[in-house]
Ligand binder design. Sequence first.
Ligand SMILES: C[S@@+](CC[C@H](N)C(=O)[O-])C[C@H]1O[C@@H](n2cnc3c(N)ncnc32)[C@H](O)[C@@H]1O
Ligand code: SF4
Length: 342
Amino acid sequence: MKNLLDLTKDELRKEMESIGMKSFKGNQVFKWIYSGINTIDDMKNISNSHKDMIKNNYELKRISLVKKYEDVKDGTKKYLFSLQDNNIIETVLMKYKYGYTLCISSQAGCRMGCEFCASTIDGLERNLTVGEMTDQIMSVEQLEGVRISNIVVMGSGEPLDNFDNTVKFIKVANDPDGLNKGQRHLSISTCGLVPEIYKLADLSLQINLSVSLHAPNDDLRRQLMPIAKKYSLNELMKACRYYYEKTNRKITFEYAMISRVNDTAECARMLAGLLKDMENVMVNLIPMNEIDERDYKKSADSSVEQFSSILSKENISHTVRRKLGTEIEAACGQLRRGHKNP
Ligand SMILES: C[S@@+](CC[C@H](N)C(=O)[O-])C[C@H]1O[C@@H](n2cnc3c(N)ncnc32)[C@H](O)[C@@H]1O
Ligand code: SF4
């Protein structure tokens, strides 16, 4: 049976018609689903006969909380949710001055094989469904009694490797009767799947795109990220330019600072050279989150400062991201792995 949470409003209207109801009933049902109900019986102004028709054809399956961790220092909260097939996913809530940001997962595991990332160590289990993505937001809002203002698809998984569900997720998250989150408050992060960046650009959405760069040249990038063996930096930058031309949205490049690997002055100058002709870009220097399974160490503060000052001199706008959730192993995939292999 289809899960009602996996349907966009248009799909739901068609589904309702297909079981003999008026299509506008689909709007009402959609609103109920995203009001946070747990069962079809909770839809109060839907008649019992209609509820029975829905129950005979569809399910309403929510994700369930397994464990919650809290970083007492900065208030970051991390949740492990269980899916219907007992897969476990993780979601992180961060509190900033301007509101709450939720980092959600798009896949259980990941098959992209980036060297420094805990999410990929056990490979890809499966794609998340649309509902499993939206429900991370709905469940955290319900658990905490807060409204989440920004959503970043930066948890476990590669969202553009789960393209169709990610696009539907954006539609439902953005729908005023769904989660009602503005597209400009939604960010997707990718390791750089070039064809999918073009596909996404052609949808002319207003979401933010982050690209995980982590290296200023192909050789180093290929050592760190297998996807770089498939698409060169040249091809990736071309796709990013296209995305900007189509959407006019600023692109953020993520750069995890790894000690003596990608944090030298030479790397900073190469990075500036790579980005100097790009319009409206931003670099996010992230502290590497060290994971037990790999030897990579985070850069010394002095290296981050040197790197940042070279970017400043070259007029590359950038931020040095503060680290949230260090007390609770906030590196993507770490908690999920810890839960699977205690
Ligand atoms: C887990 S990924 C998920 C989104 C997408 N797959 C991607 O790679 O952009 C989100 C971000 O975390 C970064 N990341 C992964 N492992 C990390 C680590 N150990 N330390 C710091 N950043 C890490 C990724 O490179 C990426 O920029
Ligand atoms: S960094 Fe992103 S793409 Fe790379 S393995 Fe981790 S989740 Fe996958």
